[in-house]
Design a protein around this ligand. Structure first.
Ligand SMILES: *Cc1c(COP(=O)(O)O)cnc(C)c1O
Length: 396
């Protein structure tokens, strides 16, 4: 028996984190020891890996999902005077993409069960917008937490009301909708993924846009690199020599490096393993939380979530404990819970352009009660049990 034991704080458990193995490290080192740090063969390998994983015809690697949303909007023709609609329950980047193009933003409230864009609210708003000639040019559905939106319904509305669909799939690589991988663009023009370390696979920073449309693909390739092309068949006048290139539009420097792409290509090979573990952790949470006053994440039958997030709502009908008390308590216990999301329209920037608290009440009341529990493939069963036991203590 020792008398000198001091209680050291339990190890910190984040809400999400990357899983890097030796093969990932070796892939990056290979690039560092090779000839191409950027614009080399690792980019094509990574793009092919994402195209294979999603079943899309084309994949374009870019420096971030945010950059991808921006050039996807540009490729869709979004510009000044146009309007883009998205969900208020998302990261600010989904809406900011429109602002980069000089376009207006509006939001459609969420479904109280899936926390994704509400199809009935979308249909109602479209009908009203048609009457006032204010239809959106682009709609960005966000596959919140990794559960895809009702894409068949959104696609049908896009046909009826004439808008372009760009999927924000930052949470959803590895997810399926009606057994088809998200990113195959069955019901959209383009899908945009994020590879930030808290997401499902990582390139440190990075993103990919997938599409099946050859014209959109060509535009995305130009827009990610200054609006420049070197391809002989795309030049507007005959090449003067082997050095010739043309800047044909105003593009950006949104390229990914080969260092990042090599990591991504290696990570994508591990996607099935990552998703399997996330699904297992979600099923375990579902079981362990069943008797607690929390609303567990609803899953629609047509969905196979990638489980980027596991979000519960503190059920205010069943407990007097507040979400804030639970959040503060878990953080004090070294458990890195997070909140997804502060409704975008309540951010000062969006308030300054006319939005108000109360505009999207379902997203706002969801936000008041929501808390994201730790969810990542290397979270151990023991750590997950500690999360649940600690949460249970605050809800008792
Ligand atoms: C993370 C995230 C983004 C932005 O991704 P970056 O790669 O960091 O630019 C966009 N939309 C959603 C829903 C996200 O979660």
């Amino acid at each position: 028996m020792t008398t000198t034991d001091t209680m050291s704080p339990p190890a910190f458990i984040p809400y999400g984190r990357q899983d890097i193995n030796q093969a990932d490290i070796d892939a990056v080192v290979d690039v560092l020891e090779g000839d191409w740090l950027t614009q080399g063969p690792a980019i094509e390998r990574f793009e092919q890996a994402v195209a294979d994983a999603t079943g899309a015809k084309y994949a374009v690697a870019i420096s971030s999902c945010t950059a991808g949303l921006h050039i996807a909007c540009l490729a869709a023709g979004l510009s000044r005077g146009d309007t883009l609609w998205t969900s208020p329950n998302t990261f600010v980047a989904s809406a900011n993409a429109a602002r980069y193009c000089g376009a207006n933003v509006d939001f459609v409230d969420i479904d109280p069960q899936t926390y994704n864009i509400s199809i009935s609210a979308l249909a109602d708003k479209l009908t009203k917008a048609k009457a006032t000639n204010t239809l959106p040019k682009v709609v960005i559905p966000v596959h919140f937490s990794g559960q895809a939106c009702n894409m068949a319904a959104i696609h049908q509305l896009s046909q009826e009301f004439g808008f372009t669909v760009i999927e924000d799939a930052a949470h959803a690589i590895g997810a399926s909708y009606q057994s088809v991988p998200v990113g195959q663009c069955q019901h959209s023009a383009m899908t945009v993924f994020s590879f930030h370390p808290v997401k499902i696979v990582t390139t440190a920073e990075g993103g990919v846009v997938t599409t099946n449309d050859n014209t959109l693909y060509d535009q995305l390739i130009m827009l990610r690199s200054h609006g420049i092309t070197k391809e002989a068949d795309k030049l507007t006048s005959p090449a003067e020599g082997g050095w010739s290139y043309e800047q044909q539009t105003l593009g950006y420097h949104y390229r990914m490096t080969d260092i990042q792409a090599a990591l991504g290509a290696s990570q994508v090979q591990r996607l099935p393993e990552f998703i399997a573990r996330r699904r297992q952790l979600a099923a375990q949470y579902d079981e362990m939380l069943a008797d607690l006053p929390v609303i567990r994440p609803y899953q629609a039958e047509s969905q196979q979530s990638s489980w980027h997030l596991y979000v519960v709502q503190i059920d205010s009908h069943k407990t007097s404990t507040t979400r804030k008390a639970v959040f503060d308590g878990l953080r004090a216990a070294n458990i890195g819970v997070q909140i997804h999301y502060i409704p975008v329209h309540t951010q000062p920037y969006y308030k300054a352009i006319g939005f108000n608290r109360g505009d999207f009440p379902v997203a706002e009341s969801y936000y008041q009660q929501a808390i994201s529990l730790p969810m990542y493939p290397t979270l151990t069963d023991a750590e997950q049990q500690r999360v649940v036991a600690t949460l249970r203590g605050f809800l008792a």
